[in-house]
Design a protein around this ligand. Structure first.
Ligand code: 6R9
Length: 635
């Protein structure tokens, strides 16, 4: 039996059992079966969660771009690797074959070399969702440079902090970017950031919007003329399995972002293996993940995972609402997308719009739907299932993190029976544990607590860039000998997992441990409610009480707020229990969100407890203006 592609539930259980009983044999077989190595490993795994130190496939030699590109040149050179769908519908999509991608990456890699970039150097990439972004990342990987992609919606301040933290020698950007009907002056943001980044020696600029920009002599150069002149042959550098592949920043509970470091072989094996199984990708399928490559979801499941499987992956430059709220479904129809992967926040915003935006498109190509990024509430799950999947495409609710590199808990479509809002079962090789507050593992089913992972997996981040101590304290110090995820989870009567939200969201009300997700679910099911967020605040009697921030759909806005509050209370009482009744319900126009769509509860908690003088860094919010508005009307 092949370990690489799991086709039914019985096989899943067999493979899973093997992955726990003989993890090293299991991963060795996966790695041997499906990848190209210049030299095989001497040792599959060595680990110590106390140091912490984890090494996979020690002393193996490889280059990830040979696995993502070169090996397909013999068999499938003309197959489309990337379909690029531009922001505007008037511009044509591009189809980049494996052969063309090979040339583009080699040329770009030669340009990097000509600018003095060497193995181990850090290159910051601050680009919109244009093909150059994918090519730049692969070009770094080809020569062993470490890419640090910064989402091109971040401010100059956020860009400068990340560029300096990783000590980047070079920055790759574009003149500007398109986002719906707006253009953004990216190069202006870069210029401002670089005033604070003395270490950056050169800047390469891709042309996207043909704007008039400032080019600094001796530092800035247009990319295209350099590419035109470069050779399209570039030997891939031999990398060690544990050589760094990239740094990607994730925000922590404190202001300073953490540069999570991922290494080469383990990341490649795990992102490819999970892609194949979570999306049940078959040769010839067209796969689309709507994330931005600036997030881990884009790294693992737009770029590396799909390409390492020889897949066709869609890269979308635009936004779901432009030119109208049917754009996602228009793209699905146009490119006959088979697997579609998006975030609950996008689903909720589209569910608020007229259903005709969905219904007028032919979505019959879809076979698998996915979600990622936050707990999906029941109402959004059903909307997605009924209207997009037409009750025939399984939804994979995939739980994972920047730190985990790949999907950890998820159904496999057509294999694992799904259950709304449940991430269901761990992926082979993943050993979850649910811990109580005293640090004891809870055995058996029908338990809830803090989610940990008790055994290493190949794509785990190896450290926080230049701050190993922070890596240790954040992930390996709360529970002995465990990786602590920071999330709460429950395991139901059949062993399915549901993620209940960040543990800092767990609120203890009168001694009851309440996760925010089920309460928000109950609120969201009220027909007038579009979205909600529940946080705790100190209460004299109960210890903590609940404060709900609720966005109404247009239809609900004109309704009497007191009546609505009563109805919402009733709904919570019925669905969760009277203990979960919020002390306060504030109707708001929006919720503070990160650029990847996660609600910034830290801010809501401060508002709820009336500590608004010191809100911390709000510059990475998508909608900072909403904060003042909420404060003004706080109860
Ligand atoms: C991939 C990604 C990680 C945090 C994670 C959790 C939340 C992600 C989820 C989910 C419930 C899911 N999260 N997927 N919660 N159900 N399917 O999002 O990485 O940006 O690092 O965020 O997102 O709280 O700990 P990242």
């Amino acid at each position: 039996m092949s370990n690489y592609h799991i086709k039914n539930l019985e096989e899943y259980f067999q493979v899973y059992r093997k992955s726990v009983r003989e993890p090293e044999n299991f991963w060795e077989e996966v790695a041997e079966e499906h990848f190209t190595w210049r030299k095989k490993w001497d040792n599959v795994l060595s680990w110590d969660f106390n140091k912490p130190e984890v090494k996979w496939f020690e002393n193996a030699k490889l280059n990830i771009t040979e696995n993502c590109i070169d090996r397909y040149l013999f068999t499938n050179a003309d197959r489309t690797a990337i379909i690029w769908e531009p922001n505007g519908t008037e511009e044509e999509a591009q189809h980049i074959s494996y052969k063309e991608l090979h040339k583009k990456v080699n040329k770009f890699a030669n340009v990097l070399k000509s600018k003095g970039i060497e193995k181990g150097d850090r290159v910051c990439i601050y680009l919109p969702m244009i093909p150059e972004l994918a090519v730049a990342m692969l070009a770094c990987a080809r020569i062993g440079a470490i890419h640090s992609v910064v989402f091109a919606g971040f401010s100059s301040k956020a860009l400068a902090t990340r560029t300096n933290d990783a000590d980047c020698k070079m920055l790759i950007t574009s003149d500007g970017s398109y986002r719906g009907n707006k253009t953004i002056d990216l190069k202006g943001i870069v210029d401002k950031a670089l005033e604070e980044c003395p270490g950056v020696e050169s800047v390469l600029v891709a042309k996207r919007i043909n704007s008039d920009i400032n080019m600094k002599e001796g530092r800035d150069q247009w990319l295209q003329p350099l590419l035109d002149e470069a050779s399209d042959q570039c030997e891939a550098t031999t990398m060690d399995a544990e050589d760094p592949l990239f740094i990607l920043y994730t925000s922590g509970s404190t202001g300073k972002p953490k540069g999570m470091l991922h290494t080469t072989a383990g990341y490649m094996v795990y992102s490819a293996y999970t892609f194949k199984n979570v999306f049940q990708y078959k040769e010839g399928d067209v796969y689309w993940c709507t994330a931005d490559i600036g997030w881990i979801t884009g790294h693992s499941y737009i770029l590396y995972g799909p390409l390492a499987n020889g897949a066709t992956t869609v890269m979308f430059e635009g936004v779901p609402s432009y030119p109208d709220a049917g754009r996602f479904w228009d793209v699905v129809e146009k490119h006959k997308v088979n697997q579609f992967y998006t975030a609950p926040t996008a689903i909720r915003s589209l569910a608020k719009r007229n259903i005709e935006f969905v219904e007028k498109h032919d979505l019959s190509s879809l076979k698998v739907l996915g979600t990622v990024g936050e707990p999906i509430n029941e109402e959004a799950w059903h909307w997605y299932n009924d209207n997009v999947g037409k009750n025939k495409s399984p939804i994979v609710d995939t739980w994972w993190q920047t730190e985990t590199g790949g999907i950890m808990i998820s159904p496999l479509p057509y294999v694992t029976p799904v259950k709304p809002t449940y991430a269901t079962l761990p992926f082979p090789g993943i050993q979850p544990a649910i811990m109580d507050k005293n640090g004891e593992e809870l055995s058996g089913n029908q338990v809830d607590g803090r989610l940990c992972i008790k055994y290493p997996w190949p794509s785990m981040a190896r450290t926080v860039w230049r701050d190993h101590e922070r890596y240790k304290t954040t992930y390996f110090s709360t529970f002995k000998n465990m990786y602590f995820t920071g999330d709460g989870a429950l395991r139901d009567e059949v062993g399915y997992y549901r993620i209940t939200g960040r543990v800092d969201d767990v609120i203890i009300v009168s001694g009851h441990n309440l996760g925010t997700a089920p309460i928000e679910d109950a609120i969201d099911e009220h027909p007038a409610v579009a979205e909600s967020a529940v946080v705790g605040f100190p209460h004299e009697v109960k210890g903590n009480a609940l404060y709900a921030f609720v966005i109404l759909k247009e239809v609900g806005e004109s309704r009497n707020h007191d009546n609505l509050r009563n109805e919402i209370h009733q709904q919570i009482k019925d669905k969760v229990g009277p203990i979960a009744k919020p002390e306060k319900i504030q109707f708001v126009a929006g919720l503070p969100k990160t650029r990847s769509g996660k609600i910034m509860r830290r801010i809501l908690r401060k508002i709820a407890s009336k500590q608004t003088e010191n809100l911390g860094d709000t510059s990475t919010l998508l909608n900072p203006e909403i904060v003042d508005e909420i404060i003004k009307k706080a109860l």
